[in-house]
Unconditional design. Structure first.
Length: 100
């Protein structure tokens, strides 16, 4: 299933990111883990690192060049970066658009 592959990819990026973070900011690899915002562990630099690493991994694993952030991303009422599950769904949606 594509969503499972996306979650594994996100978790790989989180492992890489956790190597750079201190123990206070480590991300837990669970769908409900909050990434960004009031209760999120990532600051804006950490979020951008996560996004660019994910874009690279998506291109490697899926052969598709996706841009995860654009002007529409920030105006959505429900940010795709609020937790891992929403991010996986968002990536799956973008990959689905590419299939057509």
């Amino acid at each position: 299933m594509r969503r499972d592959k996306i979650l594994k990819l996100i978790y790989q990026v989180i492992d890489e990111l956790n190597e750079q973070l201190n123990n206070k900011h480590l991300l837990i690899k669970q769908p409900e883990t909050v990434l960004y915002g009031k209760t999120g562990k990532l600051d804006s630099l950490g979020l951008m690192t996560l996004i660019t690493s994910l874009e690279e991994k998506i291109e490697e694993d899926f052969g598709v060049c996706l841009v995860l952030v654009n002007e529409d991303t920030w105006v959505q009422n429900l940010s795709p970066f609020r937790n891992i599950a929403f991010l996986a769904d968002y990536i799956s949606h973008l990959l689905g658009k590419d299939d057509t």
